[in-house]
Design a protein around this ligand. Structure first.
Ligand code: SAH
Length: 557
């Protein structure tokens, strides 16, 4: 017959607090092994079992005896007070078995039976002191180096854990609790509530409510558990209570709550939660991205930072907040390929050159490699690729793309310059102007995306006349088109406002127009609307188009 070891935690000491299974295990066993005091405590449950009693420091021989008897085929109960896995016999039994080559499933069969540990029984007698994160620390340095214990006390104090101190003091070990109090006082108020519970649920039960500064004035011994409150623990009459935090959101004295159930989990109603903190972190990542993009476009970072809604990181504050409000999730990540929350999405527009429309295979490979599975590449109507990738280091991305010889532009509400390919470089006279225009204006932050189209000849096959500002290079001079509106019922191309602007004056004219719009446009106001509102820009007067002729419909409707 295979033997059994039942490792029983019998709780604080009263029969009422022993679990059903612990009682059953004691009844079922043929041998009871335990420390003298424990055997006495459960005496009332014994029915003639063989008893192996040992002294205080005899745990190892107790465990070895248990293993030996069980291997002989006996059903052995090894008893611990509280829970057998909390400074009890459970771990030691396994260690002894493992030393003998035992594997799970081998003889003897082992069952660990949980019990109510002192942290819980003592807390119950004090009120509700461990309502928040708590830990147990044993001050016994017989098996644990004191510097390890001190470090744990320090860490727990620092992290504001409620702390249950086991084995706080014995006849020989009297200094440990004094040292512990000193460490705790470095981090917690002297007024912090401290409960001293001796012999919980036993005949000599004694509960003392004191404070961190006065705790040592009371009797603390081998049968005491010391419960140290956290920074918000308080006394109410004789009760020691640690609030869980309900008052942050709920009023406890009215039936009516100011937050409806649907509102309670919203980001703005829990600004302390991780998702709110990550949002904030993302703002700072956005700033980083702005700085990186300022480097791209060679302008000082402040210029880019000045507008809080700069969208160079896709999940800008506005998007992320409203998405998070909807259901606590991020809409941006909900589209399948973004499972992860923590890093922001860096977004940048890429082109192989101003006139050059050809990516080299190496550049494409570089983009593909950067996008991998987590990112995405999008081809846009502005003849650019947009790369979106989750990252915390946009500057590194920028550096890598630039070293691949790619031109980078911020995206969103910025000035965008789109030049044609100059008939694959054949009509190259205009290229230096297009490049200078790009260098000086592209990426500049404006109220609404401002598109400047640049065509190298009168063919205008890249459709510059359909952009907010269109430039057509013709016989060494420029024709200027303004105010195209490409969407809506009253869509129209730009109006030709000037012909034959000398090439060396073009930059100045464009600078004036862009600066005017940049400085005076209303938030979100498109270029053509702005021009219409102010009546003239850089001396070019706005004119209404002749109204369209409404065609008569044949059938009368
Ligand atoms: N396995 C036990 C802990 C054993 S270590 C458990 O889970 O509770 C021994 C320490 O436990 C004692 O020094 C004391 O700090 C605490 N302890 C055990 N029984 C207790 C009781 N009835 N009342 C208060 N503290 C107790």
């Amino acid at each position: 017959m295979p033997g059994k070891i039942l490792i029983v935690g019998f709780g604080p000491g009263s029969f009422e607090h022993i679990t059903e299974r612990a009682r059953g295990a004691i009844e079922e066993s043929e041998v009871i092994i335990g420390y003298n005091t424990y055997v006495d405590l459960i005496r009332g449950l014994l029915r003639g079992q063989e008893i192996v009693r040992t002294g205080m420091t005899e745990e190892v021989s107790r465990a070895q005896k248990a293993v030996q008897l069980a291997k002989e085929g006996k059903i052995v109960a090894v008893i611990s007070s509280g829970d057998s896995g909390v400074y009890g016999m459970a771990g030691l039994i396994f260690e002894v078995l493992i030393e003998q080559g035992w594997r799970e499933g081998d003889n003897p069969f082992v069952e660990v039976i949980p019990g109510i540990s002192s942290i819980h029984s003592c807390a119950a007698l004090l009120g509700a002191p461990i309502m928040h994160d708590a830990c147990t620390i044993s001050l016994s340095d017989h098996l644990t180096p004191w510097d390890v214990i001190a470090k744990r006390v320090e860490a727990a104090a620092q992290a504001d854990f409620v702390i249950a101190l086991y084995n706080p003091r014995s006849g020989r070990r009297t200094r440990q609790i004094v040292e512990t109090q000193q460490i705790l006082l470095k981090y917690r108020s002297p007024k912090t509530p401290v409960g001293l519970v001796k012999s919980a649920y036993r005949d000599r039960q004694n509960v003392i409510r004191t404070t961190l500064e006065h705790m040592l004035e009371h009797d603390i011994g081998m049968l005491t558990t010391v419960i140290i409150g956290n920074s918000s623990t308080f006394y109410h009459d004789r009760l020691m209570i640690t609030p869980r935090g309900y008052q942050r959101k709920y009023s406890l004295d009215t039936l009516e709550q100011k937050l409806r159930p649907a509102e309670r989990l919203r980001t703005e109603n829990e600004p302390w939660a991780l998702h709110a903190v990550l949002l904030e972190e993302r703002q700072s990542i956005r700033q980083l991205a702005d700085e990186a993009l300022a480097i791209i476009s060679g302008r000082p970072a402040q210029l880019m930072k000045s507008n809080a809604a700069h969208p160079s990181v896709a999940n800008s504050a506005a998007t992320a907040t409203s998405a998070a409000n909807a259901d606590g999730n991020e809409a941006f990540f909900a589209n399948g390929h973004m499972g992860e929350f923590p890093s922001a999405i860096f977004e940048v527009a890429i082109a192989p050159g101003v006139a050059n429309k050809k990516f080299t295979p190496a550049q494409l490979a570089c983009l593909a490699d950067m996008a991998k599975e987590q990112g995405e590449l999008e081809y846009t109507t502005a003849h650019q690729m947009i790369l979106r990738i989750p990252t915390k280091d946009p500057e590194a991305i920028v550096a890598q793309l630039q070293s691949a010889g790619l031109l980078l532009f911020p995206i969103g509400d910025v000035v965008k310059v789109k030049a044609c390919d100059f008939c694959d470089g054949e009509k190259h006279e205009g290229i230096p102007y297009a490049e200078e225009l790009t260098r000086r204006l592209a990426g500049r932050k404006v109220e609404k995306e401002l598109r400047i189209g640049f065509n190298g000849c009168a063919m205008s096959c890249y459709g510059a006349v359909n952009d907010d500002i269109g430039l057509v290079f013709r016989k060494g001079t420029f024709d200027l088109f303004l105010g195209a509106k490409t969407t809506g019922r009253n869509a129209q191309p730009g109006r030709r406002v000037a012909e034959g602007i000398p090439a060396d004056r073009m930059m100045e004219v464009l600078e004036t127009i862009v600066r005017d719009y940049e400085t005076h446009a209303f938030p979100g106001e498109r270029f053509h609307k702005y021009w219409k509102r102010v009546g003239q820009i850089a001396g070019y007067v706005y004119e209404e188009n002749a109204p369209a002729v409404v065609a008569e419909t044949v059938c009368g409707n």
